[in-house]
Design a protein around this ligand. Structure first.
Ligand code: 9MR
Ligand code: ZN
Length: 545
């Protein structure tokens, strides 16, 4: 039997539930003096299809005394230790955000800001176009494309992935500004600009370099093949500028419009540049159809292929409509057409960015999208939120995930569903708002250890935090533990790397298809856009005292 808890902890007020996999009488033991402060009987909740577990809930919501505790089951089984307290997610939120600094490319990470995780400047050579690379053009034109964040365990930089990560962070800042007042100890700290914006600027300045003179945006900047497991500064493979994709253009237009609004009070010149670049990208969208991206023969860096660019176009139109004070009827025309089409409206991933449209339009104090569009988006939001509540209510682990949802990077789906429920709670009142918010928080509890493997999927947070991310620099730096604050991709119902194939038996239930092994890129990599929605969640719940 296992007893699973959020290994970081629970806020003082509200629901506090642990999951057990057998019936039990339980006691809650205070760590400091081993005294039992609470007891009860676990309530049966039935079979959980995602994990293959029968589950019981240990409800200790009434325990509102701050402290450090663990749960003792009937046969002396113990849960990991957890805290009850105010602002239990503060440092988590900061480390999840600091992780982006550690992904900076093109600059040295210094002791002052990086502690023991320093490295020299990486990937500073100019980049060349794919065509020149493939044709071995003598003296090819070369461009300064330095900057931005390494995408993940690899050193690539991808426009759609980068734009989505920045969007999670900027919307988090816009909705929960009080959660972003602290210093992250990054080189810009103390310059009068919130550090979340300082950090995002590092990526946005790189993204600006990815725009072609005609307004198009290059899909990615990577080597032809992934580097070995070496430090980034030891990677000297040439970096290649790949062709434009319409998804990259749409995401770029949207995130630059969003940035123009957010940075205006702090950096008006940058805000102007972001807006004019967004307009240029939008004009490109008006004159170009869908342009997909596929890796050239023999190349194995990330593809981020996407068959539909309508969600990117919808988000771009929504953001420009909200952020550009100059009225361009094309914004509302495109937005209306796509909002009333049958595309999804509620996702926050790199393939489907449609949910950002509702974060943009439904939270616009000036209601520029207009009543008709808002009503449609509102209906889409609450239909999805209620669907998620329904799934959660049938799940032993209180998770709005069906077995089939545990894909590569399932922790992103977990976090994105929490984001959707947070949006629903912010737009509801009273009991309804509490229900959505509590459902959203259950996803954080899952991420931090209340899951069928009792793993905290955030490095450095929780007794059983994962320790071996598939990440080149944490592997090659010779330091035993990874820096705190990285989110693992998590369980993958169809793992597809040799290590996972070796260690995960066929037929393992989706929630258990995970290995904490550095080799397992399909279950244990890290990426910027798996951390960013976790920042959104932590920022929301940290703002609750
Ligand atoms: O996150 C991506 C996941 O949704 C895909 O299933 C997977 C395979 O195409 O690729 C993931 O993205 C990887 C990217 O291509 C390159 N950098 C690392 C990313 C995380 O594994
Ligand atoms: Zn680099």
């Amino acid at each position: 039997m296992g007893i699973y808890v959020n290994q970081v902890g629970y806020p003082i007020k509200g629901a506090k539930i642990a999951v057990a996999t057998a019936p039990c009488n339980f006691q809650i033991i205070r760590s400091i003096d081993q005294i039992s402060v609470y007891d009860g009987i676990a309530a049966e909740t039935g079979f959980d299809a995602s994990s293959g577990d029968s589950t019981w809930h240990i409800d200790f919501s009434d325990l509102e005394i701050p402290g450090s505790y663990y749960i003792l089951g009937a046969n002396q089984e113990q849960s990991p230790v957890f805290t009850i307290g105010s602002h239990v997610y503060s440092s988590l939120k900061e480390d999840l955000l600091k992780a982006f600094y550690f992904q900076r490319c093109g600059c040295a990470l210094t002791k002052e800001h990086a502690g023991i995780y320093t490295h020299a400047a990486c990937h500073t050579s100019p980049a060349i176009f794919l065509e020149d690379y493939v044709n071995h053009t003598p003296n090819p034109a070369a461009f300064d494309m330095t900057g931005g964040w390494h995408d993940a365990g690899d050193f690539g930089r991808y426009s759609t992935a980068g734009a989505v990560a920045v969007a999670h962070l900027l919307y988090a800042y816009e909705l929960f500004p009080e959660s972003f007042q602290g210093s992250l100890n990054i080189p810009e700290s103390g310059n009068g600009i919130p550090d979340v914006l300082n950090e995002c600027l590092y990526e946005l300045n790189w993204l600006l370099k990815m725009q072609a003179p005609d307004g198009g945006v290059y899909h990615k900047l990577t080597a032809f093949s992934h580097a070995d497991f070496i430090m980034p500064e030891d990677d000297h493979d040439p970096f290649i500028i790949y062709p434009v994709s319409s998804m990259a253009v749409g995401d770029f237009a949207a995130v630059m419009a969003l940035a123009s609004r957010i940075y205006k009070p702090f950096l008006p010149d940058f805000a102007d540049k972001a807006l004019s670049s967004a307009r240029k990208a939008f004009d490109w969208l008006l004159t170009h159809p869908y342009v997909g991206f596929r890796n050239p023969e023999g190349s194995n860096t990330g593809e981020y292929d996407d068959e539909c660019d309508l969600d990117e176009r919808m988000w771009a139109a929504a953001e420009l409509l909200r952020s550009d004070e100059e009225i361009n009827p094309a914004y509302s025309e495109m937005l209306e057409k796509l909002v009333f089409s049958d595309i999804n409206k509620t996702d926050f991933g790199w393939t489907d960015v449609s949910g950002f449209t509702l974060l943009s339009s439904l939270f616009d104090p000036a209601h520029r999208a207009g009543e008709k569009i808002e009503r449609e988006l509102h209906t889409a939001l609450f239909t999805e939120a209620d669907r998620l509540l329904n799934i959660l209510n049938k799940s032993g682990y209180l998770l709005a995930m069906k077995p089939e949802d545990f894909c590569w990077g399932s922790n992103m789906v977990v976090c994105n569903r929490s984001m959707l429920l947070i949006a629903a709670s912010l737009l509801s009142d009273g009991e309804k708002a509490n229900t959505y918010r509590q459902a959203a928080m259950e996803h954080l509890h899952y991420l931090l250890g209340r899951n069928a493997l009792s793993v905290s999927y955030v490095t450095g947070y929780g007794e059983n935090a994962f320790k071996n991310p598939h990440n080149r620099s944490t592997f090659a730096d010779g330091i035993e533990l990874p820096m705190p604050g990285w989110v693992s991709g998590g369980p993958n119902k169809a793992p597809c790397d040799p290590k996972a194939d070796e260690l995960i038996p066929a037929g393992t239930p989706p929630m258990k298809c995970y290995v904490d092994a550095v080799e397992s890129y399909s279950t244990n990599e890290i990426t910027i856009y798996w951390n960013s929605p976790a920042v959104f969640m932590a920022a929301c719940f940290d703002s609750l005292a």
